[in-house]
Design a protein around this ligand. Sequence first.
Ligand code: FRU
Length: 490
Amino acid sequence: MVSEYIVNNRLKNKNEEKWRPKYHFTAPVSWMNDPNGLIYYKGWYHLFYQYNPKHCDWASMHWGHAVSRDMIYWKDMPVALKPDQDYENDPEGGCFSGCAVEKDGLLYIFYTASVKREGRLHQTQCLITSEDGIHFEKYEGNPIIPEPPEGALEEFRDPKVFSAAGKWYMVVGGSAKGANPEGDARVFLYESEDLYQWKYKSAVLESDGKLGTMAECPDMFEINGKWVLTCSPMKHPDYNKALYCVGDMDFESGRYTIEKTGQMDVGFDFYAPQSFLDAHGNRVVIAWQNGWLWMPWCQGWGPTSMENWRGTFSIPRTVTLNEKNEMCLYPVKELAVLENEIKEYRDYEAVPERRYLNPADARSFSMELQIDVGRVVSRYLEIGVLGAGDRATVIDVDLVEKVISLDKSQGDVYGRGRMNCPVELEKGKVKLLILVDCSSVEVYINEGRYCITGNVYPEREQTECWISTPYKNAVIDRIRIASLGSIWET
Ligand code: FRU
């Protein structure tokens, strides 16, 4: 029984902190990055994460751990993995990202052990097992993959294991010499019969100077007979930080044929997504809702270290492909359990003056808008959230240019920026879902066909939510606002 082992290690009540999201997962204290080892196992969702238990900066990676019955309410568990072996014990290394699979009731966790020795990086793939998802045992034969394939550079990490065609496969991120002097991203594929012995098969993704220098956190899964490959490329020339490819995979030859590529989220903060199957067989992803300093738009991690935590996870998002094989990501329907104090408006008129919508909890709510372009006389709509006077994070809906933007330039005093998302408006309809959560703003357009995510750090008094249109007026078919409660048990 998992509950016997649950530790109550929150230092204070999360709901009293100014920037701590109420319904997005955060670690109890300290630094957190990538989600790891996501799996539904023996009736519980397990969420592991890159964790530095000592302070709010990245160092000496451990795996933090939490469990949930529904992907919404989480309970903290003791740290699952510590870098206590020679091959991983390094303040600049540790137990890096990885994944989990179940075989015959046993949990297999794969991760990258990372150390720097005499200026050289050694990244190897390692295994631990668990019979209950609580106690973990490092495999004595580690590392199970001791070096990158021939010709590859030393960065070699983030194994993701899956089964296909009666075998086990693993994708691992890496890099090789190529068109780009800093290296060209690669995703390597390995094959196994038993999860212990791995054979190199092929590179399923090879950048030709256009897909970044290194592919972090790759993932591969099937949807509707198509094979989807995702990864977070470092230094992608188009700033794509969560790339997806849709194509066909021939596991016999190891050949992956890409038909389509796209961006999972065009915002500021969505990196290293990892997917898993939920209890009903739906594909779901969770990403680290932050970025690294090498990203040109990244202005650090805001002021949350004042509250002794750093790092947010995205809401679990269901992954689907539409009829054009474009990826759609939408919050899992389980999120509805947090809804309360729902307000609905029909034929809501927006005018040049701001009209205030006053959600019951103006720092933690969802807002859905159904817009018929034909009823908008103005060129665009502006929706302000987390506002006070001139300050607000603004979602701009430009119906002439067909661009929807998340504009943080007046959102807080910590960061700046605006991300623009060109959209196709089919049948003249736009459906927006905006999620606001203390320091997180997400915009989902047309059932998740486009997503724009960003963090902002507003003051407590920034509680205005408004709609305006620069001239004339606009009638919005429907607006639905729901306050969203906390996922933390107090
Ligand atoms: C991605 C990443 C991974 C690595 C981990 C280290 O954010 O750089 O490639 O395993 O973070 O914490």
